[in-house]
Design a protein around this ligand. Structure first.
Ligand code: ZN
Length: 258
C-alpha cells in the first residue's frame, strides 16, 4: 500500500494529526492522548464517554488525500464519536473496488446511499420512508474534501455514479463557520453525517452528540481570533468574493441549494 494512500479505521487517528492542526499553532504543544488535540484546546469533555455504536447504519467516508493537510478537519472529530465498526475512513484519490476490494460489497449493496446532492438525488428522510429502505441496515457513503474535490472523485468513479444519491433538507447554516462552505445550506462532513444518522438511526439526540465537539472547537477558535467565514455563494452574490468565479462554478453552487 502506498504511503499517501491509506485505508484506516478509527484506531489510526494519529495519521490525521498534523502539526498545523490548529490555526494559531506554530510550535508543537503537548497533545491530549485521547482526543489528540493540543492540551490547551482539549475536546474530551465534549466527546461521548465511549464512541457510539450504530445500530442501523455503517458509515464510509471517502476522504480526499488533500483533506489530511487541512487544519481542523471534521472527520478527525467524527472518528472520536463513532466506534470502529460503525465508521470506516478511506484516504485516497482512487476509491475503486479494484484498489479497495472491501468496497465491492459497499458498491454492490442495494442499501448503500451516497450523500451527494445532484440532479438525481432524493431527500434522505423521504427515501428512508419508502418500503424498499424501511428498517433496513443502511450503508452511508460520504465524500470528504472541498466541493471541487468531491465532484472530481464522484465523476471519476462509475461505482459511485451508479449508487443511489441523497441529500439533506437543511433549515439552518453550518456550525463550521471558521471554514468557507459552498452555500449557506451546505454543511461540513461531520455535520452531514450527524444529520443523516438522525434519520437512519431514528435517533433525535445523535446529531447534538456528534456535533457537540465541533461547536466547542469552533467557539475556541473564534475566541482565539479565527475569522468568521461567510459561505461562497453569499459572498459572490454580494460581490464580496475575492477570487474569480466562472459561470459553470456559479451554476454548480446554485444546484447545491435544494
Ligand atoms: Zn482531550
Amino acid at each position: 500500500m502506498e504511503d499517501d494512500d491509506l485505508f484506516f479505521q478509527t484506531t489510526f487517528n494519529d495519521i490525521l494529526i498534523s502539526p498545523n492542526d490548529q490555526l494559531f499553532e506554530n510550535i508543537k504543544r503537548p497533545t491530549c492522548q485521547h482526543c489528540e488535540r493540543p492540551v490547551q484546546t482539549c475536546l474530551c469533555s465534549h466527546l461521548p464517554d465511549t464512541p457510539l455504536k450504530l445500530k442501523q447504519t455503517t458509515v464510509y467516508v471517502l476522504q480526499h488525500i488533500n483533506e489530511i493537510k487541512r487544519p481542523l478537519g471534521t472527520v478527525q472529530l467524527l472518528t472520536k464519536c463513532l466506534d470502529k465498526e460503525s465508521l470506516n475512513v478511506i484516504r485516497s484519490k482512487n476509491f475503486s473496488s479494484t484498489k479497495y476490494p472491501c468496497m465491492k460489497q459497499v458498491y454492490n449493496n442495494p442499501y448503500t446511499l451516497l450523500l451527494f446532492p445532484n440532479q438525481n438525488s432524493s431527500p434522505l428522510d423521504e427515501l428512508l420512508k419508502e418500503d424498499f429502505y424501511k428498517n433496513k441496515h443502511i450503508t452511508l457513503v460520504a465524500i470528504d474534501g472541498t466541493w471541487n474535490e468531491a465532484t472530481g472523485i464522484f465523476n471519476r468513479h462509475n461505482e459511485l455514479i451508479n449508487l443511489k444519491t441523497c441529500y439533506l433538507k437543511i433549515d439552518k447554516g453550518s456550525e463550521f463557520v471558521i471554514r468557507t462552505q459552498p452555500t449557506e445550506k451546505t454543511m461540513s462532513t461531520i455535520e452531514s453525517i450527524a444529520h443523516s444518522l438522525k434519520y437512519t438511526e431514528q435517533n433525535d439526540d445523535i446529531y447534538d452528540i456528534i456535533v457537540r465537539p465541533l461547536k466547542r472547537m469552533v467557539s475556541m477558535q473564534l475566541d482565539m481570533g479565527a475569522c468568521y467565514h461567510h459561505d461562497k455563494l453569499t459572498l459572490i452574490n454580494n460581490n464580496e468574493f475575492k477570487k474569480k468565479c466562472g459561470k459553470k462554478q456559479y451554476r454548480r453552487l446554485l444546484a447545491l441549494q435544494h
